[in-house]
Design a binder for this molecule. Structure first.
Ligand code: ATP
Length: 430
């Protein structure tokens, strides 16, 4: 196992566009890092540069303390698992797992103990004599992981390993990958465009956009302290609401409410009178079910609910609002980058399932203004984020307002105080 240092890594393809642009990430030995971002952001290119399947235009790739830029994939001793399993159909599960060991000339007894060990870890013992065609998608994915395990590689590299599986299996395999990574303690870099995978699997997550790393942080920090509009919009489901916010003296006016402008945000403004406010759906509540002690901390306002969705354990209300054209323009651009459906000017509010708010009703809603993020529409920067503060370090309660395995052959063919408060909306505690 080894640490991976990516230092100022750039990749320029023939057309001159930097698919990866000056990215630096230090992956500690045993750490689980996620590369996430919309299609075309450069995450697969970066992964392929780690494993050696893509030349590095500039920068240093250091694995286990050694610069590997010029090293062939097989010399890097990394295991890569791709999205389509590409197992050898004519070989049994046993032989598929054993394959990299046979290439290396391992002895039969060594192969036997390692394949059986991996099969035990992956719960594949009963299937060792079967062929891949007789396995389910999840089992095939486990065989692919078995191959990666037996190689005792310096690191695991995953490229969207679960995207071919149905939603339920994806959830199960996600947990298995996490368990496996924790048990083996192996350095792992995992590419996905799925933010649920990013948030649940990674120790840290690198969010990429057009080749540039927008933020590298723990899932919790990304969620609670996004650097900018892009990260804020990408992380979270349903996504953060973006609303126009007019600055009038020391107050901020949103479509449904007016709240005091936090002093430290006011000091950062350089003449902007229109900002974009970001509020996560779960930070609203039906005012009639808000705890008395909590109610005074926030503001209540009225809004007409367009439609509601009741999901049993959760309920969403959609509220339409108007936004000035300049805000709409920014939001439309952002939506395009996030691969979104065309963005309607509607606010999504998560309500307690007990709430009796129904379609077409005027509802009284509650919000703690401390939960509001404010973004500069021009730069996209989060003005509410305090420099150097991490929501990891405190309780935040003072918030303001194929699966191809490369086998190392390189062919890869076969196969702030202004953070959000801690009592809501976070997905992960470790
Ligand atoms: P996806 O999730 O769609 O696979 P990605 O984030 O993994 O996307 P990459 O495959 O790394 O993105 O591609 C990053 C950019 O580099 C894209 O604009 C892509 O078109 C471009 N690109 C990738 N491979 C090549 C290539 N061989 N030649 C030229 N451009 C390429």
């Amino acid at each position: 196992m080894a640490a991976i240092s990516m230092r100022n890594i750039t990749k320029v393809y023939g057309d001159g566009f930097p698919a990866v642009n000056d990215v630096s990430i230090e992956v500690a030995d045993g750490e689980f890092i996620i590369l996430v971002g919309p299609s075309g952001c450069g995450k697969s290119t970066l992964l392929r540069m780690i494993v050696g399947l893509e030349d590095i235009t500039s920068g240093d790739m250091i694995i286990g303390g050694e610069r590997v830029n010029q090293k062939a994939p097989r010399e890097r001793n990394l295991s890569m698992v791709f999205q389509n399993y590409a197992l050898y159909p004519h070989l049994t599960v046993y032989e598929n797992i054993a394959f990299p060991l046979r290439l290396r000339g391992a002895t039969d007894s060594d192969i036997k103990s390692r394949v059986e060990g991996a099969a035990k870890t992956l719960d594949l013992e009963e299937h060792l004599q079967r062929k891949p065609g007789q396995l389910s998608g999840g089992q095939r994915q486990r065989v692919a992981m078995g191959r990666a395990i037996v190689r005792e590689a310096n690191a695991f590299l995953f490229d969207e390993p679960l995207s071919n599986l149905d939603a339920k299996l994806r959830g199960q395999m996600r947990t298995e990958i996490l368990r496996l990574q924790r048990n083996l303690g192996v350095t792992t870099v995992y590419v996905t465009h799925d933010q649920t995978e990013a948030m649940t699997l990674g120790d840290r997550v690198a969010v990429l956009r057009k080749g540039v790393m927008e933020q590298l942080a723990s899932p919790r920090d990304l969620y609670e302290q996004p650097n900018n509009l892009f990260v804020a919009g990408f992380i979270g489901s349903p996504p953060m609401n973006f609303l126009p916010c007019s600055i009038k003296g020391d107050t901020m006016e949103l479509p449904f409410l007016t709240a005091p402008l936090p002093a430290h945000v006011a000091s950062r403004l350089t003449g902007q009178d229109l900002l974009i406010a970001g509020i996560r759906p779960e930070h609203f509540e039906d005012a009639s079910v808000v705890d008395e002690r909590k109610r005074d901390r926030g503001l209540t306002f009225e809004a007409t609910v367009d439609v509601t969705e009741w999901l049993g354990n959760q309920q969403y209300a959609y509220i339409l609002y108007d936004a000035p054209p300049e805000v709409l323009e920014h939001l439309a651009e952002l939506d395009k980058e996030l691969d979104g459906e065309s963005l309607r000017t509607q606010m999504v509010v998560s309500l307690d399932p007990m709430s009796r708010i129904r379609d077409g009703q005027k509802a009284t809603l509650w919000l703690d203004p401390a939960r509001i993020h404010l973004f500069d529409p021009k730069t996209g920067l989060n003005l509410t984020k305090r420099d150097g503060e991490s929501s990891e370090s405190g309780d935040g309660s003072d918030a303001i307002g194929s699966s191809v395995i490369t086998d190392g052959t390189g062919s890869g063919s076969t196969g702030g105080a202004h953070s959000l408060t801690a009592d809501g909306g976070t997905r992960r505690t470790n």
